[in-house]
Design a protein around this ligand. Structure first.
Ligand code: FUL
Length: 474
């Protein structure tokens, strides 16, 4: 064939292709997208509180009580890796003000503890262990400081920024920086023993804090404060909203918690949610909670209600007095990961034939939802903000989970959907445990096992044409 004819045919094909749907704002940044793909990572709460059986040290506990005898950050990293965690966030400083690294900002730090005769640096040890085990590393540095004599005055803000400077400069690449939301109240404050209140949105100079973090770690997410790039889910029970938008208004320290939990369909910011929850009742280790570690079943339920509800899961491990993750916690966490991996291991739709009632064109055909490529997606026409997609199996299968992902680079769209099955020509609605409203990056719905030879997903309402990149069933 002549070159000009081939060129003509190519041009004809391109002309007949419709365009991809326009983005429906807000949309994620590349960094937010990469962060959402992490899905599960761990928190470590460890510090003076651990050695004094406290959750919120008052700020007067002597540094000399910090004495882990067999501290082993490799054990933390190895355990958490085996539990499927993609990274670890460490409480470098909690509200009591005690710093786990040799900071120059205060003498209330690890240099004045017996640990390694004052020569230790746990932020460095954990950062190294994370590198060794291929885990990302993040830092929590509490803005509230119940020890510092000048808390609530400008001098503390300078000290806090010095801490942020040290932590962002000396410990390698960070994937997240946590500004906790607990702020002000009573404390030691250098012996003043009083109550001090501040305005969290303005006192800490969060703008500068964010600039420092992002200048050195452009991929890092900011948790908390008025310039956050990811949002708190609004509770510490491990549960994201049944409806969960990444869209939200700009959140400040004063925003209504409901916005944190559900996001907001008309929100103008892309603020994906993070669910933080501890594997024990407390964030720090207490021996009397050795019998209260969350069971594998509870952890799986948390997974489905967080990752399965379009949020990241930040699962906390309170490191014990000996400086290690307790065996009950590690056993349950690893078994939890194995259970979820097993439950979601064999996608029953991988080879199914797919059909939809509306397809934008061949580049956005229904078959894109099970081609294993997250970059391709099924899309409907601009005037079709709904759609039905069906999967036919060669042989009947038993299903109890359906997993759906939107192509969120173009915005979160789906508002409601429902599932139907067909067995021997009889259709039935599938009653799910999980709500079938929003989808976003990921929605997993659970239901009692049903046998079917056809599965249909009816997307009833969407903010615009559908853009679905992946559908799986287990
Ligand atoms: C809260 C803190 O007050 C808790 O102690 C814990 O650190 C949790 C993750 O955040 O706001």
């Amino acid at each position: 064939m002549k070159k000009s004819v081939i060129f003509f045919i190519i041009m004809l094909c391109l002309a007949s292709c419709t365009k991809a749907p326009k983005p429906l704002y807000p949309v994620p940044t590349d960094e937010q997208l990469a962060w959402q793909q992490l899905e599960t990572y761990a928190f470590i709460h460890f510090g003076l509180n651990t050695f004094n059986d406290l959750e919120w040290g008052y700020g007067d506990t002597p540094a000399s009580t910090f004495n882990p005898e067999n501290l082993d950050c490799d054990q933390w990293a190895a355990t958490l890796k085996a539990a499927g965690m993609k990274g670890i966030i460490l409480t470098a400083k909690h509200h009591d003000g005690f710093c786990l690294w040799p900071t120059k900002s205060t003498d209330y730090n690890i240099c004045n503890s017996p640990y390694k005769n004052g020569g230790g640096d746990i932020v460095s040890e954990l950062s190294e262990a994370c590198k060794k085990y291929g885990l990302k590393f993040g830092i929590y540095c509490s803005p509230w400081d119940r020890h510092h004599p000048r808390y609530a005055f400008p001098e503390y803000v300078a000290a806090y920024h010095q801490q942020i400077d040290e932590l962002t400069k000396n410990y390698g690449s960070l994937f997240e920086f946590w500004f906790d939301g607990a702020n002000g109240g009573n404390g030691f404050y250098g012996g003043a023993n009083e109550t001090r209140q501040i305005d969290p949105d303005n006192y800490y100079d969060y703008q500068c804090a964010k600039d420092t973090v992002l200048a050195r770690h452009p991929n890092a997410m900011i948790f908390g404060g008025p310039y956050q790039t990811v949002r708190w889910i609004g509770n510490e029970n491990g549960i994201a909203g049944a409806t969960n938008w990444c869209n939200a208004p700009q959140i400040t320290c004063k925003t209504d918690l409901k916005i944190n939990t559900f996001g907001s369909e008309n929100g103008t910011e892309w603020l994906p949610a993070e669910v933080d929850v501890s594997i024990r009742p407390g964030w720090f280790y207490h021996q009397n909670e050795d019998t209260k570690v969350k069971t594998v079943e509870e952890l799986c339920d948390i997974y489905y209600r967080s990752v399965g509800h379009n949020a990241n899961l930040l699962l906390n491990f309170p490191v014990a007095l000996n400086g290690k993750i307790h065996p009950v916690d590690s056993t349950n966490a690893v078994e939890f990961y194995q259970t979820i991996s097993k439950e979601l291991s064999h996608n029953l739709l991988a080879d199914a034939k797919v059909k939809a009632d509306n397809e934008r064109d061949c580049r956005f055909s229904a078959s894109k939802v099970n081609d294993g490529n997250p970059e391709t997606f099924w899309a409907t026409n601009d005037d079709y903000p709904y759609g039905t997609i069906s999967f036919s199996m060669d042989n009947p299968v038993t299903v109890s989970r359906v997993l759906i992902q939107e192509y969120i680079k173009l915005g979160q769209r789906v508002k409601s959907f429902y599932l139907e099955g067909e067995k021997d020509g009889n259709w039935f609605k599938i009653n799910t445990y999980d709500t079938t409203t929003t989808v976003g990056y990921k929605r997993i719905v659970r239901f009692d096992p049903v046998e079917l030879d056809k599965l249909t997903i009816n997307f009833e309402e969407s903010r615009g044409p559908l853009c679905i990149s992946n559908i799986e069933a287990y």
